[in-house]
Each structure stands twice: as C-alpha cells, then as structure tokens.
Design a protein around this ligand. Structure first.
Ligand code: ATP
Ligand code: MG
Length: 324
C-alpha cells in the first residue's frame, strides 16, 4: 500500500519549491500525492484562505507537505497544525559544508512543545493600565513531548537537553521540567536541564554542547530562530509538526515575495522537509539518501543566488535528483 501525501504549495515560492520536493519524493518512493489548495490566492478567489476540503484532506492523510502562505499564514498554518493534532514541532538547525554560517559546527534539533504554554494562554485587558496573560502547562502534554523525545534519541541510553526557566516560573516550567525529566528516567534516557537564558548564550558560544533540545512552546520558537541565525539563515531550514496519527512538514521560510515567480528560490529547505517526512513514515534509508544528496549539492553546487550562486530552482533540483 502506498501512503497518501497531501501536497499544498500555497503562495509565493511555495509554488516553486514544493513541486521540486515532490519530484524528489517521486524519485525515492511510491506515494499517492493529493494536491490541495490554501493561502492568499484561495482567499482572493473564494473569501476563505483554508477550504474545509483542504483541512479534511490534511486531517486524513498520512502526511502533508506544505509550502508557505502569505498574509493568510496564521489562518492557514495554525488550523492545519490542529488538523494533525501536532504536539511537537521538530526543528533541526544544522550547518552545511559549503554554506556560510556563523557557527559551522552547529548540528542540533529542537523539539518544541506545540500545543500550550503562553501561546495557548488567555490574554486579558483588565484596565487601561493592566493586561495579563495566563500560561497553560499540563503534565500530560509535557509527558507526551518527552515520550517523543525519548524515541527521537533512540530510547534507553539516549540523552537530551531540556531548556526551561523553572527557577522563576516554578509552577508552570516546574511542572514541565518535572514531567519531562521523570518520563525520561522511566525510559532510561538521560537529561540535562539548562536554563533557557543561559542556553541562548551557550549555543552561540559553543553549539556543539547541545544535540537534542526539548523546549516549552515560546522558548522553542525563539531559541530555534536564534539557532537558525547560527547556521546561515532561512533558506535551508526544514521543520515538522508531528501528531499522534499524522504529520505536516514545511520549510521554516515563508513565501519570499521578493523573489517569487523568478524560478530562483532555494528548494533545499523543502526537500529537507520531505526527507523528514520520509523518515517519519519509516523510510529511513530513503530519508538518508535525500539528506546526503542535498548535502552534496550544497557542498559542490549548483547553488541558488541566496547562497551566492546563479543556479535556478530547477538546476538545483536536477542536481539533487542526479545525486540520488
Ligand atoms: P512571509 O511573510 O511569507 O514570511 P517574508 O517577506 O518574511 O515573507 P521569507 O519567506 O520569510 O519572506 O524570507 C525572508 C528572506 O529570505 C527574503 O528575502 C527571501 O527572499 C529569503 N528567502 C526565504 N526563503 C528562501 C528560499 N527558499 N530561497 C531563497 N531565498 C529565500
Ligand atoms: Mg517571513
């Protein structure tokens, strides 16, 4: 049986980089691709950025590959993350030989809690002078994230870091930290707890101290962007939103309106997202092949203009296919 993969190019360069990644998936496996639509151009036509149909397709698919949405990003991606009940956002930050990076030795992965924290909290305006925010942390969501992290690091004998601020937010981050550490202990996985502010400094000074970093929602959002800066920016970063039954994969970058339509977008982030998709579906070997092919092309070229080259999206995609 071949898995069903929903493909949503969306807006801007999503229309260019998603087809490139689909070509790569077609080259390594036998999948059922279902094309779906969402984004600014859909809103312009129908009044709604995310058609119910698309939502249903994503909720029912084994996996989704998403490009980007412009102005309507929040109306599209937030519900789609809910459609897959995504409880963890996986964001690798890895520097590649051949690509300028502030810290070329960086190779780490953030596992960010994706359902609660301050993003699930209530904001209230209590007076002209006072606004408040309630933060949500549950033991169950923290444990679910930690179980995922334990699997991610290979189970017993593995280890990961936990970024937190439990010394100040004793109740919420305290609960998060306790649940994560206890779950890891039960699984025979070692943890290092790191204060998130100290982490920000240490990751800049020496990123090799870290490999898998489990974070609450807001901290994961900020710290993974910080690490993106260390590896040379947006064009290369993939991400995954994982749920219990399915998952959605997307490049970290957006629609890049400044270069959209020119055929020069770097497809690497989306192809690397497709590799994460393969890995998630159990095609480890195929995922590895795709990762190695991208790595080889980044090292030897051809390169798109964002990496200092003059190649097109098509040239780079063809080179990746050749390496496969
Ligand atoms: P959006 O609101 O959709 O996020 P944006 O203007 O913030 O749009 P991004 O997509 O976030 O644009 O990209 C920021 C910058 O990085 C832009 O200059 C863009 O051209 C560049 N960039 C992002 N992704 C790529 C890519 N895949 N290839 C080449 N350049 C890219
Ligand atoms: Mg952007």
């Amino acid at each position: 049986m071949s898995e069903e993969i929903v493909v949503i190019p969306g807006d801007g360069i999503g229309q260019e980089v998603v087809p490139a990644a689909v070509e790569v998936l077609e080259a390594v496996g036998d999948f059922d691709f279902v094309e779906a639509d969402a984004g600014d151009h859909v809103k312009a036509e129908t009044g709604e950025a995310l058609p119910d149909e698309t939502y249903e397709l994503v909720a029912d698919a084994d996996a989704t590959l998403f490009g980007a949405a412009g102005e309507t990003a929040a109306d599209v991606i937030l519900p789609l993350r809910t459609a897959v009940d995504s409880f963890v956002n996986v964001r690798p930050a890895k520097a590649y030989p051949g690509v300028d990076a502030l810290r070329p030795e960086t190779d780490l992965v953030f596992l960010r809690e994706n359902t609660e924290g301050v993003y699930a909290g209530h904001e209230d305006r209590l007076s002209d002078d006072l606004s408040t925010l309630t933060r949500v942390v549950t033991t169950s969501a923290s444990e679910r994230l930690a179980e995922f992290a334990c699997d991610y690091v290979g189970g017993e004998g593995g280890h990961f870091q936990v970024a937190h601020k439990a010394n100040v937010m004793r109740e919420t981050d305290g609960r998060f930290l306790d649940a994560v550490v206890e779950t890891a202990e039960k699984n025979g996985v070692e943890t290092d707890a790191v204060l998130m502010d100290a982490f920000a400094t240490h990751v800049c000074l020496d990123p090799t101290q870290f490999d898998t970093v489990v974070c609450p929602n807001l901290a994961g959002d900020v710290l993974s962007d910080l690490a993106a800066g260390l590896v040379g920016g947006l064009g290369l970063l993939p991400s995954a939103n994982i749920g219990p039954d399915n998952a959605l994969f997307e490049p970290v970058h957006g629609t890049a309106p400044d270069i959209a339509g020119e055929g020069i977008a770097n497809p690497a982030a989306t192809i690397l997202s497709a590799a994460m998709l393969l890995d998630h579906l159990g095609y480890d070997e195929e995922a590895e092949r795709v990762n190695s092919a991208v790595e080889a092309v980044l090292a030897d070229g051809p390169r798109t203009p964002d990496l200092g080259g003059d190649a097109s999206t098509e040239d780079v995609t063809a080179a990746v296919l050749e390496h496969l």
